[in-house]
Write a protein that binds this ligand. Structure first.
Ligand SMILES: [Mg+2]
Length: 298
């Protein structure tokens, strides 16, 4: 129908024109149905408290190239495809400087590829050591299921790494309905493709019926770019970068200050909610549901 025909009459059948107040409003379709799925990140979200497994391997890979990096530097690009991650570490100014003084020039794409080839077996060899579920994961997943939600998942790990981790997770009682890896799509986070492929595999739409949960800033960007509700986890993953034993040793003031920083970073990235860990997610879903019922969108 041409636009002129669409606006020629309103509900009363009375012809309208540009002077009619009804022309000041445009009516928009909005989803008010139930939440239908949650998409969970892996390391730092459902397993590997503190997101250690990749961090320690990035340090080793750079060490082999004669360029020492700190664990903190290794963590900066966390969430990305692992090869992209290796490239991004080299772009950190301090690392770029160390690399140049060791090699006399910036790393080439061949260097990045060689480090990624080093990374794969090193990561595969130690992944199972970091496969324990984060406390509260099974209870949260049960709550999602009771709500009728499907469970999707995304990760910066490769398909080969995920096959190993999925078996470890299943052994521990966690089995999502769909898993999409960075290597399954044209580009990983922050692009939305892993989230969108989850939606497709789960057969779920619209995107505002889906909640994305993750522990890194690229996780949050991924969810927002996909048009989904997005929850950041400040305590159990890469932002704090500590396991439970290390957190227990922190002075309460130090812990609170670090949590406040992580929370602020995630909120500034645009997360709709920031909580400590996956155990806190089920309680937020009612709030999201009431926002949907009011006609809000992510
Ligand atoms: Mg993660």
């Amino acid at each position: 129908m041409p636009p002129s025909a669409a606006v020629a009459y309103h509900g009363t059948g009375v012809p309208t024109d540009q002077n009619n107040p009804i022309m000041d409003f445009r009516f928009q379709r909005s989803y008010r149905g139930p939440l239908r799925a949650v998409i969970l990140d892996w390391a730092g979200t459902t397993m590997d408290y503190g997101c250690y497994a990749p961090a320690v391997v990035f340090v080793k890979v750079y060490e082999r190239k004669g360029v020492p990096i700190s664990v903190a530097e290794a963590r900066v690009p966390m969430g990305a495809h692992k090869k992209v991650h290796i490239r991004k570490i080299a772009q950190l100014p301090a690392v770029a400087e160390r690399w140049a003084s060791r090699h006399g020039q910036p790393p080439t794409e061949a260097d990045v590829e060689a480090m990624f080839q080093d990374f794969i077996p090193l990561q595969l060899a130690c992944l199972a050591d970091y496969a324990d579920l984060i406390p509260g994961t099974l209870e949260a997943v049960r709550a999602f299921r009771e709500r009728g939600l499907k469970i999707g998942s995304t990760t910066g790990y490769t398909g080969e790494m995920m096959a190993l981790l999925q078996a470890e997770a299943k052994h521990r009682g966690y089995e999502p309905d769909a898993t999409v890896c960075a290597t399954d799509v044209p580009a990983g986070r922050p692009e939305p493709w892993m989230c969108l492929q989850n939606a497709q595999r789960l057969g779920i739409y619209p995107m505002e019926a889906i909640v994305k949960v993750g522990d890194t800033l690229p996780d949050i960007e991924e969810g927002l770019n996909a048009g989904m509700w997005t929850i950041g986890l400040a305590k159990t993953g890469n932002e704090l970068g500590l396991n439970e034993a290390e957190i227990a040793k922190l002075a309460p003031d130090t812990l609170n200050a670090r949590l406040a920083t992580a929370t602020q970073r995630m909120a500034q990235t645009g997360a709709h909610y920031v909580v400590d860990g996956i155990a806190d997610v089920p309680a937020i879903l009612d709030d999201i549901q009431s926002r949907l019922a009011r006609g809000e969108r992510p």
